[in-house]
Design a protein. Sequence first.
Length: 420
Amino acid sequence: MFHHLPRSGAHKLMLGFLFTCITMMLYCFSTPTFQGNTPRFPVPAPCANKTPPSQKNKGSFSSSEVKHCVPKVNLMFLKTHKAASSTILNILLRYGEKQRLTFALPNGRNDFAYPATFTRTHVKDYRPGACFNIICNHMRFNAPEVEALLPADAFFFTILRDPALVFESSFHYFKRVVPLIWRIHGEDKLTEFLNDPQLYFNSEGFNSFYLKNPHFFDLGFDNTLEPEDPTVDSAIHAIAERFQLVLIAEHFEESLILLKDALCWQMDDLLFFNMNTRRPSSVSQLTPELRVKAREWNSVDWKLYRYFNATLWAKVDAYGRERMQKEVKKLRQRNSEMAAICISGGMAVEDQDIRDQSMRPWQPVGESSILGYNMKSNIEPQYRELCRKMLTPEIQYLTDLGVNLWITRLWGWFKAFLTL
Ligand SMILES: *[C@@H]1O[C@H](CO)[C@@H](O)[C@H](O)[C@H]1NC(C)=O
C-alpha cells in the first residue's frame, strides 16, 4: 500500500514517527478493555507460603507408564536465544494451560525487557507478593528476582546449543539490528567477521551481545570474559547449582526425556513440532575452519556448552542408554503421528505459503526466512485444539494468553515499513 511513496530517509522517518503516534493512541484506547479480561488462571498462594498447588493426576496412562511421583508444575525455563527454545516454550505454554497454571508473563512485548536484567516488576500485573507457577519467556536471568516469584520447590532448567551454530543463527537473524555488522564489507560478512572479530567487535556496540557468548549473557553473566577467567568457572558452578537440568539442543529428544523424568510428566506432555526454524537455503553451512573460529570467538559459551553436554550425558547414563533409546523412539513416533494428524503436507512451509494469518511466525528484519505450518482443515474434533496450539507461533500464543504485545507489534509495523 505504500509502494508509491518516496523512499527518502526523511520520509521514512516522518512516517515512522506517525506510526509511533498512532500506535501509542491505539494502545491508550485499548488499555481499559484489556484490563477487563484478566485473570484467566487461578492465582496461587503467595510464594511466602511456599505451598505447591494441589495435585490431581488426571491423565490416563497405561500401567507400564504409572509413576509413583507427583508432576512438578512450578517451573523456570530460561529461554536462551537461537537454541530451539521456541519449541520448548510451546510445550510449556500448552502444559500450563492444560493444568490451569499461572504464568508470569511479560508486559507489552514477548520478553522481559531484554536485554535489561530481569526484575519482578517486568511481569504483567505484578503486585507485591504475587506468586506464579511458570516463567518461560526471554529474559536476562537474575536468580533472586526470579526466585521471588516462584514457590521454593520450582524446577529451573534451560537449553544450550553448539555456540558455532548459535553464532551463525544469531548473526543471520539479528544482522539488521546490530550496527557493527553494517560496517562489514563484502558479500560474506560472517566469514569476514570471524576472520578478524577484534577488528569489528566492540562490546559497547548496540546489541553487540548477540554476537559474543549470548548464552552466558542470557544467564546473567559478563559475555566479554575470557574462558580462563576464574569468574567463568564460578559462574558455571553457580549455573549447575541453580539449574536442575540443562538441555542440549543437539540432543533435543534425549533432553526432553530427561525433563519428563525429572518432572514426572507423561510422554504426551512432550509432543512438539519444530518451531521457528529457518528455510535450509538461508542457513550457511560453516566450513570446519569457520566452525572452529566461531567456537573460539564464543569460547566462554563453548566451555559452558561442553560442561553441560557432559552433565547431560552423565544423566543419560544414569537413566540408562537403552531405556533412553526406546523412549526417544517412542517420542519421535508420537510426534510423527501428530504431524500426520495436524500438518497439511506433513511439513513446514515458506511464510508466503501459510494460509492462516494467525499461524505466521515472526520474521527477522528484512526477510521472511522463518518457516511455518499450515494446519489441516479436516482434523478430527478430538485433535483440533491440540493441533492448533501445537502450531501456534509464540507471538500469537502469548496474545491468546492475554499479553498485550503492543511494543512488539509496533516494532513489527516499523520493521515491515523499513523493508518496503
Ligand atoms: C557431548 O557428549 C557426548 C557424550 O559424552 C560426546 O560424544 C560428544 O562428543 C560431546 N560433544 C561435545 C561437543 O563435546
